[in-house]
Design a binder for this molecule. Structure first.
Ligand code: FRU
Length: 480
């Protein structure tokens, strides 16, 4: 048997053996994408192809640690209902034997093409990195076309996560990199035919003005046009925490500017974090046929006590965020739940005005909408949202899953708090603030029997709660 088939059979067997235990974990999500077993990390190859949305993901089927990654695969017709598809890529070749690492998808002719990083380590743990092309006629099975880019000079082998797009008759690719002096960077390549690639140089790096000291490695870059600007979204590693900023182990954020394609020069502004919660990393965007720029992120952070998450005992760890539309409003980047998410609503559970305080029990999959300002909100026995009107500081507190201590993440709102939309799943919260001005994304491992929501407010805001569907992800197609 070919190594590709051997690995596929092993992964299918892992899911057959462990899949039921994983699905029955009370923390397994009802409407978010998660691994059928093992560990899920970055969203990859995110694209709408022939009408269908494809989301691939970094997947370690056999354990809840990182390692020689596969590409798992979900599809959706409507961004609400998803199907787990057969495995897209296995680390079966000399150029990807230690992992089919992150990458992106494009359409060329009638093919779906993906570029990803082949991670290779030798017996002394020395790393090599290759950028690889794979193609598909049906969007399900892929044929690897081999190495298209080798490591250029001046970078370490931390060189990965190609994101490809087309512009003015050429193909462009950004790659996350580390320069030889151990600074994070994003590198630009160009190609006419997706086969031969020219190294155009560094687009931005950790000390390129106005940035200073922005880390030793930048992962998962994504460059796209939004509202007339070129936005570069990426995940830098090695930034020091600074008061309410950069408190997660690694960060994710963006800069805005203008890319001069002729010169290969990108002038941009300062770095802003994209999300204010405890778990958000490696987001990827795509443009759909409605012209929306839709982002999905990994609801996890590498090396952030991953092994201590309580789902590990049941053989799985991590999940994705919901797909979100991003928009530029003036200088500010907004993230909003897609209108399709209304399809998740089963029935309106409550529609009232909060006079002082309210306490109610909600379902484990719910949407909570507050039209107005609050002072505080207790979400189960585990998390709390607090707002200080003078400073406009909004804080999410939770009990750490590592030592039970209270930990918090905060941001200062531009506008006074006036709107909250919260998606509650079995072990996650996505809190959209002021219609997308800020988002707090976090895992929450609350006691599944405690679903009490308490809200305090002196401002008489409206409150609506819906029960949400929890059966939107089908696993039947998995094996072929
Ligand atoms: C980000 C990342 C990527 C890499 C992948 C490996 O989380 O480290 O840089 O391609 O995960 O799974």
């Amino acid at each position: 048997m070919k190594q590709d088939d051997v690995l596929k059979q092993q992964a299918y067997a892992a899911v057959e053996n462990q899949g039921e235990t994983v699905k029955n974990d009370p923390y397994y999500p009802g409407f978010h994408l998660a691994p059928p077993t093992g560990l899920l990390n970055d969203p990859n190859g995110w694209i709408q192809w022939n009408g269908t949305y494809h989301l691939f993901f970094q997947w370690m089927p056999f354990e809840t640690g990182h390692g020689a990654k596969f590409w798992g695969h979900y599809t959706s017709e409507d961004l609400v209902y998803w199907k787990l598809e057969p495995i897209a890529l296995t680390p079966s070749d000399w150029f990807d034997k230690n992992g089919c690492y992150s990458g992106s998808a494009i359409t060329e002719g009638d093919k779906l093409k993906i570029f990803y990083t082949g991670n290779v380590k030798d017996e002394h743990n020395n790393r090599e990195s290759y950028q690889i092309l794979a193609e598909s006629d049906d969007g399900i099975s892929f044929i690897k076309k081999g190495v298209k880019i080798r490591l250029p000079e001046n970078y370490t082998a931390h060189f990965r996560d190609p994101k490809v797009w087309s512009h003015g008759g050429s193909w462009y690719m950004v790659i996350g990199a580390q320069t030889k002096d151990e600074r994070g960077a994003v590198v630009l390549f160009e190609s006419k035919d997706l086969e031969e690639w020219t190294h155009r140089g560094i687009l931005s790096h950790a000390d390129q003005k106005p940035l200073t000291d922005l880390g030793y490695m930048w992962e998962c870059p994504d460059l796209f046009e939004l509202g007339g600007k070129d936005v570069l979204m990426f995940s830098p590693q090695g930034i020091e925490a600074d008061e309410i900023h950069y408190n997660n182990k690694y960060q994710t954020g963006y800069v805005k500017g203008k890319l001069d394609y002729e010169l290969g020069v990108y002038n941009h502004g300062t770095f802003t974090e994209l999300d204010r919660g405890f778990e958000f990393y490696a987001p990827q965007s795509t443009l759909d046929d409605k012209g929306r720029r839709i982002v999905i992120g990994w609801m996890g952070v590498p090396d952030q006590n991953e092994k201590l998450q309580p789902t590990v005992v049941n053989g799985w760890v991590h999940q994705m965020t919901l797909p979100r539309e991003i928009l530029l409003k003036g200088e500010d980047l907004f993230q909003r739940p897609l209108t399709e998410m209304k399809e998740l609503r089963i029935n309106e559970r409550i529609n009232t005005t909060i006079n002082g305080a309210i306490s109610l029990e909600i379902e484990r999959t719910s949407e909570v909408l507050i039209d107005g300002c609050i002072d505080s909100m207790d979400l189960f026995d585990y998390a709390k949202l607090k707002y200080e009107p003078q400073s406009r500081m909004l804080t999410l507190e939770r009990q750490s899953y590592t030592d039970g201590k209270i930990e918090e993440r905060s941001c200062i709102l531009k506008d006074p708090l006036h709107h909250l939309q919260i998606f509650v799943d079995h072990s996650s919260l996505e809190i959209f603030v002021n219609r997308g001005e800020e988002v707090f994304t976090s895992r929450v491992f609350a006691d599944p029997s405690n679903r009490i929501l308490k809200i305090n407010s002196q401002n008489s805001p409206g409150l609506k709660v819906w029960n949400l569907k929890s059966d939107t992800i089908k696993l039947e197609n998995f094996k072929r």
